[in-house]
Write a protein of this length. Structure first.
Length: 228
């Protein structure tokens, strides 16, 4: 069973997501939170597999809640799926940068939400890679010494920790390719591609593939406009 925590300040929205998720044979909603504080507290208590996190909530918002959860080593196995009203929302980029695994707009189709939940928990390809790349590229294009004027998570020197093949694989992750697609592009087995991705994540301290995409842009490995 995939154990999900829903965090949204609107009771009607929470009820809608719960109704959609709970009829699935493989998904269980373990709790609901009305703000970021509740989301962090319940995540610590219940250790869900995934948190559906509204980005804009009163008091403690979804961005700060995401930061607190991803900063807790004991919650390393918890994945966060950001819910937002607008695709090009700087909070979304910051959430991805902080360790969220992906995002969806709230009016997404139910089938896409269910696919996203299952994909993220399974550790599969980055959710909605073309949309996620567009968000990252948008803020990368505004960058002056870090995306959106922020200090980069790491500089180009950190790339020296990666082998040439790992850098090549990381660039393809940044383009949104799955392990199978990377394998086909580089004439590798899917298992070998997965191994390279995993090693790059470990060396860079990336929480998941979403952060690898951010890293690929911030390091200059990918320039805005290269992919998608």
């Amino acid at each position: 069973m995939i154990r999900v925590l829903i965090a949204d300040d609107q009771a009607l929205v929470r009820a809608g997501f719960r109704a959609l998720l709970e009829v699935q044979d493989d998904i269980e909603v373990v709790a609901e939170g009305a703000d970021g504080d509740e989301a962090v507290r319940l995540t610590g208590e219940l250790r869900p597999d995934l948190v559906l996190m509204d980005i804009r909530m009163p008091q403690v918002d979804g961005l700060e809640a995401t930061r607190r959860i991803t900063a807790d080593a004991e919650l390393a196995g918890v994945r966060i799926l950001i819910l937002t009203t607008f695709e090009l929302d700087e909070y979304v980029f910051d959430a991805l940068r902080s360790g969220a695994s992906g995002f969806l707009v709230k009016d997404t189709e139910p089938a896409d939400l269910l696919r996203g939940v299952r994909s993220i928990v399974a550790g599969d390809a980055l959710l909605s890679p073309s949309v996620t790349r567009r968000v990252i590229a948008e803020f990368a294009a505004r960058s002056h010494g870090g995306i959106g004027g922020k200090t980069p998570l790491f500089g180009a020197k950190r790339l020296e920790q990666l082998t040439e093949r790992e850098r090549e694989v990381m660039a393809l992750v940044g383009e949104g390719l799955s392990n199978e697609e990377i394998a086909g592009r580089l004439f590798l087995s899917p298992l070998t591609a997965k191994t390279h991705v995993s090693r790059a994540m470990v060396k860079l301290g990336a929480r998941d593939r979403a952060q690898l995409v951010v890293f690929a842009y911030e390091s200059g490995l990918i320039r805005p406009g290269w992919a998608g």
